[in-house]
Design a binder for this molecule. Structure first.
Ligand code: HH2
Length: 272
């Protein structure tokens, strides 16, 4: 089994497919399992190293979905793909992760950093899969009500370091772990900006860093364009190139091809 560093050379891309009626970027578009599986394969063809498949929206204000409903959304997609595409399962539920891993998923992307379900660490340790630990203050339902920090960069770094130690103690090898500061998860605009500018501090923890900025309001608000709630793809690419220069490895993005070209060129220029 490859380590996270080996599996994701810098820069690598994580495409996004949400099998939900209410996701921020593509809610409702991929509820049909054939459409969702087709989208996964298209993103891989565009250059995604892995595709994040999610059956529960984490947008601000969203309500949790039941285990049965989440399984009903993602299992048919995984069955259609039959292990033929690299999949990250975006879930906080151990049973969803367990089923997805059995159906070929290779990474568990848990926005609670394994705090949401006490059985999750055991599932990940047993499977020997890759895992992404993301920082979030609060829960998706309430996280944007009044996010509060003293020093957001050091608090997020300390949290990720703690969760890394928790995982290692639970039998998950450090080499399999990816860290994510969780842009937009319990953070006001100024917190998102400070974290993006301070990404090198998260990179300094020594694990590959995953970043989800694509189409998020932080990017839209910087431009203050006609749709400030949602960043354009061009604006997202600009932010991603900035993040690459700070050492980010893996980019969770909606338009994979656009990011692949931009980040490949930026990385080649930097390395040369
Ligand atoms: N962002 C979203 C969902 N999952 N996982 C990680 N590790 N990092 C992120 O930044 C992240 C994530 C939100 O984006 P989107 O898929 O557009 O919307 P939704 O939450 O509605 O699924």
């Amino acid at each position: 089994m490859a380590t996270a560093h080996e599996r994701f050379p810098r820069p690598s891309l994580m495409g996004v497919v949400n099998v939900t009626p209410d996701s921020f970027s593509d809610g409702g578009a991929f509820l049909d399992p054939d459409a969702a599986a087709g989208r996964v394969l298209a993103l891989v063809a565009d250059g995604a190293a892995i595709v994040d498949l999610g059956g529960e929206s984490t947008r601000p204000g969203s309500e949790p979905v039941s285990l049965d409903e989440e399984l009903r959304r993602v299992v048919p997609v995984l069955e259609r793909l039959a292990g033929g595409a690299p999949i990250a399962i975006d879930t906080c539920k151990a049973e969803v992760a367990r089923r997805a891993l059995a159906l070929g998923a290779e990474l568990v992307n848990d926005v609670t950093a394994l705090r949401g379900d006490p059985a999750m660490a055991g599932v990940v340790a047993e499977a020997g899969c890759l895992v992404c630990l993301m920082h979030m203050q609060g829960t998706p339902r309430t996280m944007q009500v009044a996010p509060r920090y003293g020093d957001v960069v050091s608090e997020v770094s300390a949290f990720l370091e703690q969760r890394l130690a928790f995982c290692v103690a639970a039998g998950i090898p450090e080499e399999r772990i990816v860290l994510d500061p969780g842009i937009g998860f319990g953070k006001a605009h100024e917190h998102n900006l400070a974290l993006t500018r301070g990404l090198h501090s998260i990179v300094a923890l020594g694990r590959p860093v995953l970043l989800g900025l694509s189409r998020k309001s932080m990017v839209g608000r910087l431009l203050a364009g006609p749709e400030p709630r949602r960043g354009s793809d061009a604006a997202s690419v600009g932010a991603a190139v900035f993040a690459l220069a700070q050492g980010v490895t893996l980019f969770r993005v909606h338009d994979v091809r656009l990011h692949a070209d931009a980040l490949t060129v930026a990385a080649l220029l930097a390395d040369g």
